[in-house]
Design a protein around this ligand. Sequence first.
Ligand SMILES: [Fe+2]
Length: 297
Amino acid sequence: MIMRHWMDSPIFTYGRLREWRIFTRRKGDQPNAETGEVCNEINTYGRAVVIPGVTTEPATYGDEMYCAGVASGQGILQLGSKKVPLRAGSTFSMPPGLRHRFQNTGDSELEFIFCRRPPAPYDEKSFACHHWSEDRPKDTWGSPMQGHWNHVPRGPGAGLLIADIPPSKFSHPHNHPPTVDEIWYVNKGLGWHWMRQEYHVQSPGYALWLEPSELHSLMNPNNENLEFIWCASASDWTRQEAARKPEKFPTTPAGLAAALEQKFGALAAAYRHTGLSIFGVDQNLAEVEKIIKALKK
Ligand SMILES: [Fe+2]
């Protein structure tokens, strides 16, 4: 886990566009927390700002995919003669080579969190722009597609998501296959990022990059909504598949119970540490612990 505030990151200017590079692609095998060179797949991740009254110069991003989420402000994304309105909560993705300009039409900063990376097979092929308040895409059965995050309200993404965690809730704990980059950015509210037995307070402006193997969950222990911008990249499927090692499961019931206890124990400890009491969870925790105990006999 490496956490960095945008203010601690180097600033670059592209004409009238300001960019703070929070994380960049690593050099060599290991992440470097000092320089922010941590990513496996993402070339550049950061915060960009256009000040009020300004339109940026026309630009393209070569062979990179550009995904971004508007953290605050309002403006227009100009794509030739097409004008796409942007406001806080918008997410958009631009395929490589798309010529564009940003225009700030508000009276405060137009601020977005962006990611530049190689294109991936799952990317939308043409320009896409969504807002988190739009309806979520439906699966073949007509239910909103949300995967393991069905408890976290959110709309459609564009390679990057803006979502919120209601008070006293947390996102489903999980980890990832090797080489995946996942970065969480807290935009509003105060979160606790849980990783196995550790907590890291994550306040607005901090981006947190995760080792793919780290079991993690962002928790909201407060009374206000926690708004976050989530970004992940798994563009290099071949490399990922090569790095994937099948998980070895114990073969005896006692071994399985011990493995289950280890994983579940960390989750239960994390939940109890929050001091929250969620209807149903308390009883179920005790029930599962009883089952594990019985299995170990
Ligand atoms: Fe994740």
